[in-house]
Design a binder for this molecule. Structure first.
Ligand code: EAX
Length: 325
């Protein structure tokens, strides 16, 4: 029997709607530290929209912004267990799970955003991503947190001696803590969700984070001084639970990986926008911004820490990263 175009359209519609009515939708839980409007939220939203669109709605996300699922360390554990599906996280606690990753947390390793992104997207960064599966984590892509700057409630920081003696919250990251000690800082590791309260109560004098985080977390309400130290690049990662990954078809795996690439582009763009507009905003919000910082003095102070880094990671491996142009 020959059917006309209208009948064919009706049939297609009926089949289409019936198949989507029966197709199962899997809702993936995605967590991140800051708001849905922040860099993490922007990247995560792009990832989820791409996945939803390119799997015809078989997958969608439920967002848990603002650390609703806990600190980043706890969320990594949940990814391993499969009680959480997705996490857009800084590398802060990740090195405790995947030691090969720690090399990119070295202070003053990256010159600028171009350098950092080139390394992450190139063979060195991509090779690190292959180390995750054996630790029970799938790393879909490098996203981004940004260059970290110091804030505190006491004074302007131009050189390490200004930072000396300040009690500063750090991430749970030994590479950072070893470096910051050479600046004279007293590092106090703490999970991010506790940080605002600790600053408010004066448990610590300061903290360090990229502009997008300082903005999104409204640290201007509890910190007076912002110094644009840019002392370390803070990469981020879009992580997936192997429990989800192992059930995906090959073509869905491709969709997830391509979506993660788009997420990364969008997240980095938001970091750029915040770097360009956020500092003036923080000034308006009452922060005193120190723009000119003695970077050479910080790098000089850091030399003893680099001796340790060379031992741990290999001087040649560090040089390979520095040499990327
Ligand atoms: O991932 O813990 C931190 O300071 C991180 O930079 C923040 O949670 C964003």
């Amino acid at each position: 029997m020959k059917i006309g175009p209208l009948a064919a359209a009706c049939l297609a519609l009926a089949l289409g709607s019936s198949s989507s009515a029966f197709a199962q939708t899997t809702t993936l839980k995605i967590g991140y530290a800051t708001s849905k409007e922040s860099h993490y939220g922007v990247g995560s939203t792009v990832f989820c929209e791409e996945v939803e669109k390119n799997t015809a709605g078989r997958f969608k996300c439920q967002h848990f912004a603002n650390s609703a699922l806990g600190g980043e360390r706890e969320q990594i554990e949940a990814i391993q267990l499969g009680t959480q599906d997705l996490l857009n996280t800084s590398t802060g606690p990740v090195g405790n799970f995947v030691p090969e990753m720690k090399i990119v947390d070295i202070p003053f390793l990256f010159r600028d955003y171009d350098h950092a992104r080139k390394v992450m997207d190139g063979p060195i960064g991509q090779d690190i991503l292959t180390k995750f599966p054996s630790k029970g984590i799938i790393a879909l892509a490098w996203t981004e947190n940004g260059f970290r700057h110091m804030t505190n409630s006491k004074r302007d920081i131009v050189k390490p001696s200004d930072a000396a003696g300040l009690k500063m919250r750090t991430m749970e990251n030994k590479v950072h803590m070893d470096g910051y000690r050479t600046f004279g800082i007293l590092p106090t590791p703490m999970a991010f969700p506790e940080l605002f309260g600790a600053l408010q109560q004066g448990t610590v004098d300061g903290q360090e984070n990229p502009i997008p985080v300082i903005l999104a977390s409204k640290f201007s309400q509890v910190q007076k001084h912002l110094s644009l130290t840019g002392h370390v690049y803070s990469p981020a990662l879009l992580l997936l639970s192997p429990k989800v990954w192992n059930k995906l078809s090959d073509s869905d795996k491709k969709v997830f990986l391509a979506a993660a690439q788009k997420a990364s582009v969008a997240q980095r763009k938001k970091v750029n926008d915040d770097e360009n507009n956020g500092i003036a905003q923080l000034e308006k919000d009452g922060m005193k911004v120190t723009r000119i910082v003695d970077g050479n003095a910080f790098r000089e102070a850091l030399k003893p820490a680099y001796v340790g880094y060379a031992k741990e990671f290999g001087a040649d491996n560090i040089k390979k990263i520095s040499d990327v142009r």
